[in-house]
Design a protein around this ligand. Sequence first.
Ligand SMILES: [Zn+2]
Length: 382
Amino acid sequence: MTRFAFTIAANDGRARTGEIAMERGVIRTPAFMPVGTAATVKAMKPADVRAAGADIILGNTYHLMLRPGAERVARLGGLHAFMAWDRPILTDSGGYQVMSLSELTKRSEEGVAFRSHLDGSRHLITPERSIEIQRLLGSNITMAFDELVPTTSTREVQAAAMERSMRWAKRSRDAFDGRDGAGGEAHAKHNAIFGIQQGALDEGLRRASADALVDIGFDGYAIGGLAVGEGQEAMFACLDYAPAQLPADRPRYLMGVGKPDDIVGAVERGVDMFDCVLPTRSGRTGQAFTRTGPLNIRNARFAEDQGPLDPTCACPVCATWSRAYLHHLVRAGEMLGAMLMTEHNIFFYQALMADLRAAIAAGTLSDFAGDFRARYGRGKGE
Ligand SMILES: [Zn+2]
């Protein structure tokens, strides 16, 4: 069994396609990971997530540590058994959410003390505890614990957060390997850990962060601190240099991205993995992604539209139900509306990734991306 092996089958410009082989299955890259925040990809059964084409999903450390609790999930056999998803799971470190969702956070070199947004209970999350939680969950790709500060912070603040994140990356790696005495050796033999590049929109800080991570050594490398409100132009400007600062023979994961056009642009710039709540969250608010851009199914013009959400989509929802029916379900607040809209959206994202992989393999990515940009967002989903 292969613990973790990344193979690049083809390059096209800066883009690559290939696969990551892990014990629980193969992840085709570029890959999109649906987000399963609370041990569920909201409104979807795991078999449907898989049928849509997902090779891997993401679980959230912060949410699961608070409810139902990492130790409880471990007693119940781990996240895979608990939720009935048997393929790879990547868990985030909890860093982003503890700093964005919880109250009264207090940061120190040791970690982050905070009160739960659910019940006000007190917790401390350190790099070692984050890694322990991810191990208890049974994570296949563990993320290093890092410190985040707003992109609008001064360069001095950004530099200090990046440097602390690199010290925490080392502590995360040591904890993952069992060097903190918490017994991680067995888990480390079968699973992987990624480091996270920080440094906001500063090329020099990003360079220093990449070098520090490579010195520690990780199975893959994430690009963190983007998609936090800086806008697509600024994000792409950063992606013009950030992926190339990371090792070419390791997967590069752009955290929290994004809209379909963000993903196409990031793949062109050498990114291999993505996650975002957008397809699932949008499914619950009536937004569907289509070949020509997003549409809001609540719009009155769909009330008697007998066509599918997207005429070019091969998903079970588009094969079976009309825009008129989905319009009715969503307007009536029926839970099936959220389920079907989410299923279509996850399928749409996976189909986009399959198209990107095929275009890179064929050496036609720039044509594909040009066509995509010419049609996407042009119409109103028609
Ligand atoms: Zn569809």
